[in-house]
Write a protein that binds this ligand. Structure first.
Ligand code: ZN
Length: 257
């Protein structure tokens, strides 16, 4: 029986989301940087925690796992290649994670760049991508190279347009500000800004986004568009040689703001 899965954003810290998949009885959380919002939600909704999924080792994504496991000794999936002592099931690209209470299985993808062995989970039209792809932006390059992060974003863009994308942070409006500097004439971007600004005024998440929306508005996945190339060249003061170089220029430009 496949009961419908609902995905609920639990807020943590200033702008993190702990994405929580749930049905009537069970919950699975992605990237619980803090335990408290999760424990409160489980208690209030009378849900049983079934598993934890982690995308990368940063503390604001995994910091709550130890405390969650003290009360709920569930399997914890996460990247094999990163130092996360609370993992019980290290996984990597090509693995599948079956979430039995939901009758869903997720494909694990290697998407390095933000961190060395960052992973994503894809299944049932949902993509959990941590700090690699953001709405209208992307993560910073902390442990990999810009080329790696660019390749990881390209991998994510190959999913169907209607895929729901659950990112780790609420950064959308700031990201749109940068995107407008890159592509001031992009009408889809301006339209997105008014919609997302309205959501934020109502204190609602701008997420999930979709692959189609990112293809239309996110400069970091639009690096083959003439307007984006031209802005990158202007920033560099020379011609970026290839799409990865355009991407690297945008990433560097945004870091400096
Ligand atoms: Zn991170």
């Amino acid at each position: 029986m496949t009961a419908k899965i609902e995905v609920v954003p639990l807020r943590a810290f200033k702008d993190n989301y702990v994405w929580t998949m749930r049905n009537a009885r069970y919950a699975v959380v992605v990237d619980p940087g803090e335990a408290r919002p999760v424990l409160d939600y489980l208690a209030e909704q009378k849900l049983e925690l079934a598993a934890v999924l982690a995308t990368h080792h940063h503390q604001d994504h995994v910091g709550g796992i130890a405390e969650l496991r003290r009360m709920h000794p569930v399997p914890v999936y996460g990247p094999r290649g990163e130092p996360i002592p609370t993992l019980t099931h290290p996984v990597g690209g090509g693995d599948r994670v079956a979430i039995e209470p939901f009758d869903v299985s997720f494909e694990v993808l290697d998407i390095p760049g933000h961190t060395r062995a960052h992973i994503a989970y894809y299944g049932a039209n949902m993509l959990f991508c941590g700090d690699t792809l953001f709405a209208c932006g992307c993560g910073r390059v902390f442990e990999g190279t810009p080329q790696q992060l660019y390749a990881s974003l390209e991998k994510l863009m190959a999913f169907p347009d209607e895929t729901l994308v659950y990112c780790g942070h609420e950064y959308t409006l700031a990201n749109i500000g940068f995107a407008k500097a890159v592509e001031p004439e992009n009408a889809a971007l301006l339209e997105r800004e008014s919609g997302d600004a309205q959501l934020r005024r109502e204190n609602r998440p701008t997420l999930p986004t979709t692959i189609a929306r990112e293809k239309a508005t996110n400069p970091f996945v639009r690096v083959t568009r003439p307007a984006v190339i031209e802005s990158a060249n202007k920033y560099l003061g020379r011609r970026a040689g290839d799409p990865a170089a355009v991407f690297a220029a945008l990433r560097q430009w945004k870091n400096q703001l």
